[in-house]
Design a protein around this ligand. Sequence first.
Ligand code: NAP
Length: 360
Amino acid sequence: MKKFNVGIVGATGMVGQRFMTILENHPWFDVKVLAASARSAGKTYTEAVGDKWAMTTPIPASMADMIVMDSDADIDRIGELVDFVFCAVNLDKDATKALEERYAKAEIPVVSNNSANRHTPDVPMVVPELNADHIKIIESQKKRLGTKRGFIAVKSNCSLQSYVPALFPLDKEFGVEDVLVCTYQAISGAGKTFDTWPEMVDNVIPFIGGEEEKSEKEPLKLWGKIEGDVIVDAEKPHFTAQCLRVPASDGHMAAVFVRFANKPSKEQILNVWKEFKGRAQELDLPSAPKQFLNYFVEDNFPQTKLHRNLENGMAISVGRLREDTQYDYKFVCLSHNTLRGAAGGAVLLAELLCAEGYMD
Ligand code: NAP
C-alpha cells in the first residue's frame, strides 16, 4: 500500500490526541497537518495543547513542534498538504456539518468522529467489520456535493461499539427482535480525566446528554440498506437503552438483554462469535483485530481495566452469556471508547477506504 499524507482536525482535543498516538507509527499514514481552533493556530503543538495532553505516553516527537494550523481559515493550504483528514472537533452540529462539507468540497475526504453527519442519508456510518458495503453510497454523496474525490465518512457513537458488534452476526443467523441495553461509560467519553472531572471520583451519574437516543437510533443505520442515493435505516431490531457515567478512565461496558426470532442454543451463539470475521479481517487491515469478538468464560470477566486494551483496544470482549427469565439471553460486553469507539475506529475506517480505492 502506498503512503497517505493525513491531517488531524481537532488535534488538541481528547480524540485528536488519541489520533496522534495511534498514527505515530502507522504503516500507511503520515501525519502532515495538525489543526485546531484559531486559539491554537500559529503555536507549536506542545504550546497549544499545554496541560490538556491527557495520554499516558508523551506527545509523539515527530509532532511536538509542528505548527498548529487553523481548521477553518487554512483549509486550502491543508488541501495541498494532505490526502485526507480525520476530524474530531468540539463545535455545535450545524458548525460541524458546515466545516466537514467545506473540507469535502475542497476535495479533502473527511473521516469523522463527530456526530453531526451520522444521520445524513448519503454519508456512510461504518463499523468496518459490520457494514463495510455502505461505503458504496459515497458515489451518490459526491454527486450531491459536486466533488471528484471529496466526501465525508463517519464512525458511529462510542456507546454502541460493544453491543452492536456482538448482536450483528447473531441477527444474520437467528433474527434479533428486541434489545434492552444498559451502558456503563468511562469519563474519557466526555473528553475528561479524573483531574478535570473530580466529581466523578467515587461517583455514578445516571445521565449522559443525547446518549440514549444515539444508542437506540444509530444501530438502525448500521443495519440499514442502500436504496438509490440514500441509506435507509432498518426498522429492527428494536432497542431501548439507559446510559450511565461510571468512574472508569477508559472503556465502555454494556449489559445486554436480547430476544430472537429463532432462539439459538448457547453453543450456537458462542460459535457465531468465535467464527465471525468482517471485511476488516478479510482485507487484513493494519488496525483490524485478528479476533474481533472474544468470549471469556470466567464469571467475573470481562473487566474494564483488564480487557479494554485487548488487541490494541480494537477487539470486543464478551462474557456472562446466560438464559434470561424475560428475554432469551443476557450477556455483557466491553470496548475501548477512545480506541475502537473513537480514534481507532476512525483509523480502521480510513484503512478500509484506502484499501477499497476511495482515497486515490
Ligand atoms: P475536546 O477534547 O473538547 O476537543 C475539541 C477539539 O475541537 C480541540 O482540538 C479544539 O481546539 C477544537 N475546536 C474547538 N472549537 C473549534 C473551532 N471553532 N474550530 C475548529 N476546531 C475547534 O473534544 P473531544 O472529546 O476530542 O471530542 C471531539 C469530537 O469527537 C466531538 O464531536 C465528540 O462528540 C466526538 N467523540 C468523542 C469521543 C470521546 O471518547 N471523547 C468519542 C466519540 C466521539 P482548541 O484546543 O484550539 O480549542
